[in-house]
Design a protein around this ligand. Structure first.
Ligand code: UGA
Length: 446
C-alpha cells in the first residue's frame, strides 16, 4: 500500500452500499484507501471490477481509482489494521427479531482490529496510532462499547481515538450525496481526531458539524426517523384526501413551498422501504424503550406505513372485485428507482398479499428482477413493460423508474385485458390516462 506524500492511509471495512461508496469516494478525494470485506468472492470480483450491486456512477469511480492505485481491495481485516491509520467500520447493522440493531458485526470487526494490532505491535515495537470510525448506522452509545472493547483487547501502548461519522447517502444517488452532501457530521473526542477529519473532508464544500460521539450517533437515527415520519405524515394526509376527494399532490405542493416544511420527502405512495428506514425506525423505537421513553410517534409512523401497502390490495379489489385467478402486472420491484435493491421493498409485501388472494403475477423491473427471483421464483418475469402488461386486467406501478413515464399507454391499453391502473407512486399522468380510457387509481388522488 503506497502512502507517498499522503498524511495517512484509510481503511474501510465492509464493501456494502455505504462501505464501497465511501471507499471509492474517499479515493476520488485523493486518499489512499484499502477496502476490506470478509466475502472473498465479492473481493475477487471487485478486483476484476465487477460491482456487487448497481449504483449509478460507482463502477466508473472504482475502475479509475483502482487503476490509479488509490483504491485497493482485500479480504483481510488484519491487513487493514496493519496498514491503515484511519479505519472506517462500515459493516451491516441488521435488525434482530425484536427490532433492535444487531451490533455483533461491529463488535467482531472491533475485536479483529484489536487482535491484529496486538500482534502487529509485538513485531513493530514502534508508536502506532489508529483512528477507529463508526460509519455504519449504529444506536447511540455504540462508540462507548467500541472503545471499551478496544481498550480491553487491543495492545497496550497504542494510541487510538474513536469517532462517529454517520453517512447520509441515498441509494441511487449515493455518489453525489457523498461528494456533495448537505452536511458532514463528525463526532470526535479530541482535537487530534478532529484535525484528521478536517483533512479527510477538506475538498468537500459543505458544513462539517463537529460534535461529541454520542450526539453524532443520534443525529443519524434522528434524521432517518424524521424523514420516515415526514413520509408517513404525508401518507396520512393522503388518506384524508381520498376520503374528501382532494388531491394529495396539490396539497403537498402547497405545503412544500413553505421553507420551514420543504418540498422533499412529501411524496405520498406505498410507504417507505429499503435497507435503512424500516430498520432504523425499529431500532430507534427499541433503543428509546430501553432507556425509558416510549416513542409512540414513531410507532404510529410504522403503522401508517403498513396501511399504505394494504391500500393497494383494497384498491385492486375495488377495481377487479375478486382477485383470485386474475392476471396482474407489476411494474417496478426495487424499493426505489435507480437501484437493484429489494430489501424491505413494498413490492415484496404487496406481491405476497396478491399471491395469497390467488392472483397470477407478471412483473418487470429494469434492474431488480434477479434479486426478486430469489424471493418469488414462481411469478413471471418479463423482458419489458409491454410484455408484462399483456393480457393482464390490472397494472400496478410500484417503483417510479423513469422509463415507465415514457411508456406508450395507448399501446398498453390495447395489450391489457381490461384498462385498470393503480399508480402506487402518483407518478403517471393521471389526466392523460383517464382520457385514454384507463380506470386510474393513485394514492390520495383519484
Ligand atoms: C435513506 C436516507 O434518505 C439517507 O439519507 C440515508 O443515508 C440512508 O437511508 C441510510 O441510512 O443509509 P435510502 O434508503 O437509500 O436513503 O432511500 P430514500 O431515498 O431515503 O428512500 C427511502 C424510502 O422512502 C423509499 O422506499 C422511497 O420510495 C420512500 N419515499 C421517499 C417516499 O415514499 N416518499 C418520499 O417523498 C421519499
Amino acid at each position: 500500500m503506497k502512502k507517498g506524500n499522503k498524511m495517512f492511509t484509510i481503511g474501510v471495512i465492509g464493501a456494502g452500499h455505504v462501505g464501497l461508496v465511501t471507499a471509492a469516494c474517499l479515493a476520488k478525494l485523493g486518499h489512499y484507501v484499502l477496502c476490506a470485506d470478509n466475502d472473498e468472492d465479492k473481493i475477487k470480483k471487485l478486483k476484476k471490477l465487477v460491482m456487487p450491486f448497481y449504483e449509478p456512477g460507482l463502477e466508473e469511480i472504482v475502475e479509475h481509482q483502482y487503476k490509479k492505485g488509490n483504491l485497493l481491495f482485500t479480504d483481510s481485516v488484519k491487513e487493514v489494521s496493519e496498514k491503515c491509520d484511519v479505519i472506517f467500520i462500515a459493516v451491516g447493522t441488521p435488525s434482530t427479531p425484536d427490532g433492535s440493531a444487531d451490533l455483533s458485526y461491529v463488535e467482531n470487526v472491533t475485536v479483529e482490529i484489536a487482535r491484529a494490532l496486538c500482534a502487529f505491535k509485538e513485531r513493530k515495537k514502534e508508536n502506532i496510532y489508529r483512528l477507529i470510525v463508526e460509519k455504519s448506522t449504529v444506536p447511540v452509545l455504540t462508540g462507548q462499547w467500541v472503545k471499551k472493547t478496544f481498550q480491553l483487547i487491543g495492545p497496550t501502548g497504542i494510541e487510538f481515538d474513536i469517532a462517529a461519522n454517520p453517512e447520509f447517502l441515498r441509494e441511487g444517488s449515493a455518489i453525489k450525496d457523498f461528494l456533495e452532501p448537505d452536511r458532514v457530521v463528525v463526532g470526535v473526542e479530541n482535537e487530534r481526531a478532529r484535525k484528521i477529519f478536517e483533512h479527510i473532508y477538506s475538498k468537500i464544500k459543505a458544513p462539517i458539524v463537529f460534535t461529541d460521539v454520542k450526539s453524532a450517533e443520534l443525529i443519524k437515527h434522528a434524521s432517518n426517523c424524521f424523514l420516515a415520519l415526514k413520509i408517513s405524515y404525508i401518507n396520512a394526509i393522503s388518506q384524508i384526501c381520498e376520503r374528501v376527494g382532494a388531491d394529495i399532490e396539490k396539497v403537498a405542493e402547497g405545503m412544500g413551498y413553505d421553507r420551514r416544511i420543504g418540498k422533499d420527502f412529501l411524496k405520498a405512495g406505498i410507504g417507505w422501504g429499503g435497507s435503512c428506514f424500516p430498520k432504523d425506525v425499529a431500532a430507534f423505537i427499541k433503543l428509546a424503550e430501553e432507556i425509558g421513553y416510549p416513542f409512540n410517534l414513531l410507532k404510529e409512523a410504522q403503522q401508517i406505513n403498513k396501511q399504505q401497502r394494504l391500500l393497494v390490495i383494497k384498491k385492486a379489489k375495488e377495481l377487479l372485485w375478486n382477485l383470485k385467478g386474475k392476471k396482474i402486472s407489476i411494474l417496478g420491484l426495487s424499493f426505489k428507482p435507480n437501484t437493484d435493491d429489494i430489501r424491505e421493498s413494498p413490492a415484496i409485501e404487496i406481491i405476497e398479499m396478491l399471491l395469497k388472494e390467488g392472483s397470477l403475477i407478471k412483473s418487470y423491473d429494469p434492474k431488480a428482477m434477479d434479486n426478486m427471483r430469489r424471493i418469488f421464483p414462481d411469478i413471471e418475469y418479463c423482458n419489458d413493460a409491454y410484455e408484462c402488461v399483456k393480457d393482464t386486467s390490472l397494472l400496478i406501478l410500484l417503483t417510479e423508474w423513469e422509463e415507465f413515464r415514457k411508456l406508450d399507454f395507448e399501446k398498453i391499453k390495447r395489450l391489457m385485458e381490461s384498462p385498470n391502473i393503480i399508480d402506487g407512486r402518483n407518478y403517471l399522468d393521471k389526466e392523460k390516462l383517464k382520457s385514454i380510457g384507463f380506470n386510474y387509481r393513485g394514492i390520495g388522488r383519484n
